[in-house]
Design a protein around this ligand. Structure first.
Ligand SMILES: Cc1cc2nc3c(=O)[nH]c(=O)nc-3n(C[C@H](O)[C@H](O)[C@H](O)COP(=O)(O)O)c2cc1C
Length: 309
């Protein structure tokens, strides 16, 4: 019998631990030519804001060794556009559906969450309190424990299914933000969003991204993200959806050993859009070779006997 890849994150159950990360997959439709979105354990659409956003001026991405910087600026069709043009299609993918929300104000998050509470097809919401590329909202909430707790708490009042808080690593102590999200009533912690960085064209004496900074993602950030997941797993009792630079089944199992109950894959999908298929088949093979019958047995198994913080 093949090993079970099914995972549980609190009350959220998924057939396997691979979720597509917000912003790297559109709303599923961008991937359909490459892979059936239904093969993922769950899909998380690009962040939705209350009103449509056109995004930042181009160029919006800069390639870096083993990664990329992006400054998309949360281009999206707005809440009503999403509900009308994208959600109906996403409902039919036959996998866990998570809607990622971003707002300039707490009221904006709350209003969208209230509406989504009525949509039974939406299994969970992910609060993007970690976007590094928007002038207001986003990361402004996620770098302050008090603001994080208040925001999550207000959303909790109107949204009854699981709430994921997506954390930024651009803080001194991510565990204090994780704890604030837990206090506010989050069910799952999703981490990490991108790391702030800069790409420079020294000949032109200019930054490559017009907004100067961008969010760094891809394999280059994996050790940093693993450390964040490991730290939060030791300090919080909430389930973790880990991400940052994952590109293989080995990476997935590293994150799970460090304490993630499941993971998201993002940037690797721009390089290998079918990465999820390879990862799922390698996961089955590796677990069979190790004699592991249920992938959840791997969660939090990292030995820490010799760990000095
Ligand atoms: C082009 C691009 C766009 C992104 N857009 C969003 C977004 O809209 N909302 C969000 O919460 N995260 C967004 N992210 C962050 C990813 O979801 C993920 O947290 C990050 O890229 C780290 O994972 P990775 O290294 O596997 O890509 C974006 C990342 C990239 C590369």
């Amino acid at each position: 019998m093949p090993p079970s890849l099914a995972v549980r994150l609190g009350s959220l159950e998924a057939k396997n631990p691979i979720f597509s990360a917000s912003g790297t997959f559109g709303y599923g439709e961008e991937m359909e030519a490459f892979v059936d979105p239904g093969v993922y354990g769950g899909i998380i659409g690009k962040s939705i804001s209350q009103l449509p956003r056109g995004g930042n001026p181009i160029p919006r991405v800069a390639e870096t060794p083993a990664g990329m910087l992006n400054s998309i600026g949360l281009q999206n069709p707005g809440f009503e556009g999403f509900m009308k043009d994208y959600l109906p299609r996403m409902r039919d993918y036959g996998t866990v559906l998570v809607v990622n929300l971003v707002g300039d104000t707490i009221d904006e998050y709350v209003e969208m969450a209230r509406r989504l509470n009525e949509e039974e097809a939406v299994d969970a919401i992910e609060l993007n309190i970690s976007c590094p590329n928007c002038p207001e909202g986003g990361m402004e909430f996620g770098i302050d424990p008090r603001a994080t707790e208040i925001l999550v708490g207000k959303v909790r009042e109107v949204y009854k299914r699981p709430i994921l808080a997506k954390l930024t690593p651009n803080v001194t102590d991510i565990c204090s933000i994780a704890s604030a999200a837990e206090q506010g009533g989050a069910d799952i912690l999703a981490l990490v969003n991108t790391y702030l960085g800069i790409a420079v064209d020294w000949r032109a004496r200019k930054t490559i991204l017009p907004g100067v900074t961008g969010g760094m993602s891809g394999p280059a950030i994996k050790p940093l993200a693993l450390r964040a997941v490991w730290s939060v797993a030791r300090s919080s009792s909430l389930p973790i959806l880990g991400m940052g630079g994952i590109s293989s089944a080995d990476d997935v199992l590293e994150f799970m050993a460090a304490g993630a109950s499941a993971v998201q894959i993002g940037t690797i999908q721009f390089v290998r859009p079918k990465a999820v298929l390879e990862i799922l088949s390698d996961l089955e093979r590796y677990l069979s070779e190790m004699g592991v019958t249920d992938i959840s047995e791997m969660v939090g198994t990292l030995h820490s006997d010799f760990v000095v913080r």
